[in-house]
Write a protein of this length. Structure first.
Length: 277
């Protein structure tokens, strides 16, 4: 095995602790010659695990796909292992409530799960809401019964939880809208100010107050460079991804395609069907 430093140079400093943790997972699989199951990971963490799995010549399996769910559990395994989906140890629960009178949101559901159950985010997968108001979420199998017995209210809404079979799973119906922005700089504060139509000072306040995550990690450096493919989420606004660069404007600004799930439309976004520069 080549020097681990060759791997570390490809990751940011704030990713190094997770990198070390994954190295430990891989070493366990090597030492025990048996599979290892992770908690639920976000897409960036899944990517890191996959890269390390290849480095250690281990098999890699993930419960989620980019089209279906963001958060997934990963199995790292030696060569002999053959995947059984039951090995992911995931159950899907549905939240039943009076949908005609109430509305549940992603933040309310996640807050109830974490605060009422006293559990970390890593034991839950995606929280999925469909157009009819149905709400489901994935959870580590050994905690499903505990959640069913414990969660009876979310906010002021009375609820009951029940397990649903895979045939009755609802799908993620989040639709990202595509737009263009012109960026004079790829600094995080400039990207936020441009996409969210904020002043630079207000963008700085969002970053300093811990409301901004880059690739699912909280970022407090305004001068952090944002790359094509990065996902930015901002508490109270939603999230967006820098999907691709489409050249430069006459003034030298980068033309960036933004895929967004934002709670309000921004004046500075140019619709893809009306490209005016």
């Amino acid at each position: 095995m080549s020097d681990i430093k060759n791997i570390e140079q490809h990751y940011s400093l704030d990713e190094r602790p997770f990198l070390e943790k994954v190295r430990g997972f891989c070493q366990l699989v090597d030492d025990r010659y048996s599979p290892y199951l992770t908690d639920f990971l976000n897409p960036r963490e899944i990517q890191i695990v996959e890269e390390l799995a290849h480095y250690y010549n281990l098999k890699f399996f993930v419960s989620s796909t980019p089209e279906s769910e963001e958060y997934g559990r990963v199995i790292l395994a030696p060569e002999y292992y053959e995947l059984d989906d039951e090995d992911f140890e995931i159950k899907r629960l549905e939240i039943s409530y009076a949908r005609q009178f109430n509305k549940l949101t992603h933040p309310k559901v996640l807050g109830a799960l974490i605060n009422q159950l006293g559990l970390d985010r890593q034991v839950f997968g995606d929280i999925i809401l469909d157009e009819e108001g149905r709400v489901q979420f994935s959870i580590a199998s050994h905690l499903a019964s505990y959640a069913i017995m414990t969660i009876t209210k979310i906010g002021n809404v009375s609820v009951t939880l029940k397990e649903v079979s895979k045939d009755d799973w609802i799908s993620n119906q989040e639709n990202y809208s595509q737009s263009f922005v012109l960026l004079s700089s790829m600094r995080l504060d400039n990207v936020l100010a441009t996409v969210l139509n904020l002043s630079r000072s207000n963008a700085l306040k969002l970053i300093a107050s811990g409301k901004v995550k880059l690739n699912y990690r909280q970022i407090e450096k305004a001068n952090q460079t944002v790359m094509i493919g990065d996902m930015i989420s901002v508490r109270g606004y939603g999230r967006f991804r820098l999907a691709q660069q489409d050249g430069f404007s006459k003034s030298g600004k980068a033309k960036i395609v933004i895929e967004s799930l934002l709670r309000r439309r921004k004046k500075k976004l140019f619709n893809l069907n009306h490209q005016i520069w």
